[in-house]
Design a protein around this ligand. Structure first.
Ligand code: NI
Length: 209
């Protein structure tokens, strides 16, 4: 998910479900050129919609070795540089069940290896999400408000965590990536059509520039 300024409440009316590029441009305008250059460089390493790897199911990690720790470190750097709040290995073309996230600036960067959703609340919450793999797409997605997850950290130590709000949302979004699921799959057909149009227009705009 890009744009850490996303909030988790305030569901919007249906007709505002999909925003197009203005939000991105406005956010970008406030960033200094160096941050933008770093973000754009990081985004070049992130697989975008249309790449079949985004639809693949990632495989359980079996070896907690130096390579895995290097992979996690690289993903953390890319996520931060891309100004994202979460990143799944799938998005960098690695079919490992690994994700990193940092929902709030004051949180530590956390890696989850082989994450499993152990429990989700019946209570759902709708909020806007973006995705580093879906440029210019911002859609309202409804998900369980609270979750319990088990996983391992990058050293192989077992982890159990409970999350709510943006953390719960980011973790679910990234676990979806590990199963080849995108936010486009979690919205109405109408919202998906608008999202596809926003992506197409952004791509055409970039090519025309
Ligand atoms: Ni994403």
């Amino acid at each position: 998910m890009p744009e850490s300024q996303h909030t988790v409440d305030e569901p919007k009316p249906a007709e505002l479900d999909v925003e197009v590029t203005e939000a991105d441009d406005a956010a970008a305008a406030e960033l200094d050129p160096e941050t933008i250059a770093r973000r754009d460089a990081a985004l070049r390493h992130v697989r975008k919609f249309g790449d079949p790897v985004l639809r693949a199911r990632a495989l359980e990690v079996e070896r907690f070795d130096e390579d895995l720790r290097a992979e996690v470190a690289r993903m953390g750097d890319l996520m931060r540089d891309a100004l994202g709040v979460g990143l799944a290995a799938t998005q960098v073309g690695v079919l490992h069940r690994v994700l990193v996230f940092q929902a709030h600036e004051e949180d530590p960067l956390t890696a989850l290896v082989n994450p499993v959703l152990e429990w989700v609340s019946d209570e759902l919450e709708a909020a806007e999400e973006g995705c580093l793999s879906l440029p210019s797409v911002h859609v309202e997605v409804e998900r369980p408000a609270r979750i319990r997850v088990s996983a391992h950290d990058e050293t192989g130590a077992p982890l159990a965590l409970e999350a709510e709000g943006l953390r719960a949302r980011v973790i679910q979004h990234e676990i979806d990536h590990l199963d080849g699921v995108l936010i486009l799959d979690r919205i109405s057909r109408q919202a998906r059509k608008e999202a596809m149009r926003a992506m197409r227009e952004a791509r055409e705009g970039a090519e025309g520039a």
